[in-house]
Design a protein around this ligand. Structure first.
Ligand code: SF4
Length: 414
């Protein structure tokens, strides 16, 4: 059997007990927050004076991110006499990537990775991020003979297994995700299958899905279809041929309710075209939203059942799962997507990412101002370290005239 690119790469194990002990200490030093841990231990809510901060039950680093960071730190320690490269970002959080850069890990930017990797040698180490990497990149790394520290999350790999299976059966993968996201690109490359003759189509919005469903039911203008999804389908993809048998998969960090709707709409379209019996062969599905993403979305829905004045979502602006938390929040209350505590410039001025304008901007906010009682909700995506949450908590209290000493005293007294 032909080996796939990941199997052919020269993987190295950096997880020795001695290394991991040192890694653990360093990771805790960089990202741990005793204040967050104490608030969580008290049930997730703290009130000081007229200000209440409520944390979501689940937020911050997931198991996949923790593992990726541990392995990247371990790689730097084990190979302290070599050049250690990283494909893009280890996760989508600027603070974590900054730490790795300071430790001497060299990020190879997206867009010129194959070109840069082609210059590496057997002495070099390449870290594959938590999202995984495209098979074409893994092939170049394997050809160069570089040592590979692969931090790809197991949940991402289980999606790969599923789309490879679709390819083996001649089923086209319809992937719900962002075509430019590293994870979706990596998954799409596996949807080609081990023989490279599989197909995929990436859809992002429900409008995309409706367009595809219409084509499944009635056919249509092939050229218009290909133009609309340019850059989001496999080479040689033909909607007249490759929508006959489809299997839905998704980027692990999508909004769960939306992914379920994608699955439902595609299934109904295939049933309308083929009838219920034949549709069982021509439509397949596998829910690949990861547990951590789901827990964070569920925790926010739970948190939103109680009244709050404002929601702060902390994380990297390019983090998919964090973006979906913002989408959930802003349907219900004023919600600000902030990179870190510095975005809270004053009680009135908040620098934040506007999902609709797709850019960072400064907004005037009335929610934190004044001296009345307020409840501030805080959550964060799977790539946000607790130290950034702590900074946000202390910043909110400081703006409301409550110092860190008072916060620590309140946490120590109960
Ligand atoms: S968000 Fe999910 S898929 Fe991504 S690293 Fe975390 S556990 Fe893995």
């Amino acid at each position: 059997m032909r080996q796939n690119a990941t199997e052919r790469s020269r993987r190295v194990n950096v997880r020795t007990p001695e290394v991991m002990e040192r890694v653990q200490a360093e990771v805790e030093d960089h990202y741990r927050s005793p204040i967050v841990e104490k608030i969580r231990a008290k049930g997730g809510t703290i009130t000081l004076g007229n200000t209440t901060i409520r944390l979501a039950k689940d937020f911050g680093f997931c198991y996949g991110v923790e593992r990726a960071i541990d392995l990247a730190y371990a790689a730097r320690k084990v190979f302290n006499d070599r050049k250690v490269y990283l494909l893009g970002e280890i996760i989508h959080n600027p603070e974590v990537n900054r730490q790795l850069t300071e430790m001497g890990v060299i990020s190879i930017p997206l867009g010129r990775q194959e070109e840069d990797i082609a210059k590496l040698s057997r002495d070099d180490v390449v870290i594959v991020p938590a999202f995984g990497a495209e098979t074409s990149l893994m092939n170049v790394i394997a050809e160069r003979g570089c040592m590979v520290v692969d931090t790809t999350c197991g949940d991402v790999m289980s999606v790969w297994k599923r789309v490879r299976g679709y390819a083996t059966q001649g089923i086209t993968s319809i992937i719900h995700g962002k075509a430019v996201h590293e994870e979706t690109r990596a998954t799409a490359s596996r949807a080609l299958g081990d023989k490279g003759n599989g197909h995929y189509l990436i859809v992002l919005t429900l409008a995309d899905v409706d367009f595809v469903c219409d084509y499944i039911r009635h056919g249509g203008d092939r050229a218009a279809f290909l133009e609309r999804f340019k850059g989001a389908y496999s080479e040689g993809f033909d909607p007249d041929l490759h929508l006959k048998r489809v299997g839905v998969a998704n980027q692990t960090t999508m909004l769960k309710s939306e992914t379920e709707e994608v699955q439902r709409r595609v299934q109904v379209a295939v049933q309308d075209r083929d009838g219920a019996e034949l549709a069982k062969q021509n439509y397949q599905v596998f829910d690949t939203i990861c547990g951590a993403t789901q827990e964070r979305q569920d925790a926010l829905f739970e948190m939103l059942k109680r009244p709050m004045d404002i929601l702060l979502v902390v994380g990297g602006y390019n983090s998919s799962n964090t973006t979906h938390l913002v989408e959930i929040g802003e349907q219900q209350l004023p919600t600000f997507f902030i990179r870190n505590a510095e975005c809270l410039r004053s009680l009135e001025q908040i620098v934040h990412f506007d999902l609709h304008a797709k850019g960072e901007k400064e907004s005037y906010s009335t929610q934190l101002a004044g001296d009345g009682d307020i409840v501030v909700g805080i959550t964060a995506g799977a790539s946000c370290p607790n130290n950034l949450i702590e900074d946000t908590i202390t910043r909110v209290f400081a703006l409301r005239g409550i110092g860190t000493e008072a916060l620590e005293a309140a946490l120590a007294s109960s």
